[in-house]
Design a protein around this ligand. Sequence first.
Ligand code: F6P
Length: 518
Amino acid sequence: MNRPRCDQTPAWALLQQHFQQVRGFDLREAFAADAQRFERFSQKAPHVFADLSKNRIDDQAEALLLQLARECGLAEHRDAMFAGEPINATEGRAVLHTLLRAPDELPPGAPAGLAAHHAEMLATREAMLAYAEQVRADAAITDVVNIGIGGSDLGPKMAVAALDDFVVPGKRFHFVSNVDGHELAALLPRLKPASTLFLIASKTFTTAETLTNARSARRWFEQGGGRDVARHFAALTTNVAAARAFGITTSFGFWDWVGGRYSLWSAIGLPLAIAIGAQGFRALLAGAHAMDRHFCEAPLAANLPVRLGLLDLWYRNFHGFTSRNIAPYHSALRYVPAYLQQLEMESNGKRVDLRGQALPFGSSPVLWGEPGTNGQHAFFQMLHQGTDVIPLEFVAVRQASHALDGHHAQLLANALAQAQALMLGKSDAGGHRHFTGNRPSSFLLLDRLTPESLGALIALQEHRVFVSGSLWGINSFDQWGVELGKVLARDIEPRLASGDLAGLDGSTAGLLTRLRAA
Ligand code: F6P
């Protein structure tokens, strides 16, 4: 498909002109001038309501951004992804994480090529969910340890914490990712081989950190008298042969058309399926699927992932904002910022377009955040009065699932107050107590935190990342940038033992020598 890159369209030039006119855009004036601003800049989507009205955007900018999306063939690109075309061009792969949450029956008219993938996916989904139910019913297993990193860790870790209210009693869930032995060494003394299930999660089954942790776990298991590896170890991988060679015979597969950071919905979700059960996992998939339908079917102007993705581009390429803060006002969503960091920064942290040409504009912003209200007592000072403008994305949940009096109202009041303070500011003659205000934020609201709403929230984030990546003309589905460090680590590791400094730069040689000093 020959799609123009965003900066090669008529809409881009018009947006540049328009930006010159709205440079001084003031949110307070915009609300004063338009009683309907909240209605016009809010958007309903399945399980998620979004208030986008506190953003530095006007009707004309939004109309031009939508024109840009049309001129860049966004809808066609989206449809190509859902149809299983190899849009991950640098790896020659389809991008079909959305198929993982498809219902048992494909809709009539679904592209023929999807049927085979769908059948394989269903068979694995059923096997994995049956296994999850078996483990849930097995009272002898009290601890489930997921060993994986990146996309084979962040999704299930985030979701198990988020859905804590739905987690089966009597089992503990642990996530070991870092090759730093302090992590695994601190966990092992709390476990017993006979009551532990290790899930070795690795798409490629070649990731050094995961294999090192898996080897140490197996050694601990065997040294502790464990015999039945087939019962106590399972692999979640596209590389079942490598898992077997490692000695693991219980495997749940997935496919190269599932990117690591998009793999929560596949066998990589097994720890979550054990935690919340087959029914809960199906509900997560259903929530994500509802968001997929919205992304495919809602007109671009009323399409939440599209509106968020366009706003991201507007901020990054016209306002020049380099960062976005994600502020979940729910402690169960504490791992969402880390999850979104991989999703957005590994997907869109690219400096060349699909043709390999250097981008003349910025791509992925820096994503970061902490749950509110904690962040308010740490870095919000900088968000309110620092020299950089950093758009925030609040995520709040209307209903609490605890019964403690007063807490939830206080929490929600704080989320609203922060968004309000950022926008309104406070005048104090330019002194230390002065808040300039006009600092933008979006507000995502879930009714309750459930498997469905979490699925929808995460699918929403996946699609908004797709939107900006698509318009930037980059491949959001490869990650070549992580390779160089892996190669260099393999070269350095034996030098730590041998002391060989040949060919090293002065700094690396100096540090290596210090690390070896007695
Ligand atoms: O190094 C980055 C990365 O390749 C991620 O993209 C991926 O999620 C992670 O490593 C883990 O890879 P694997 O699941 O193959 O072990």
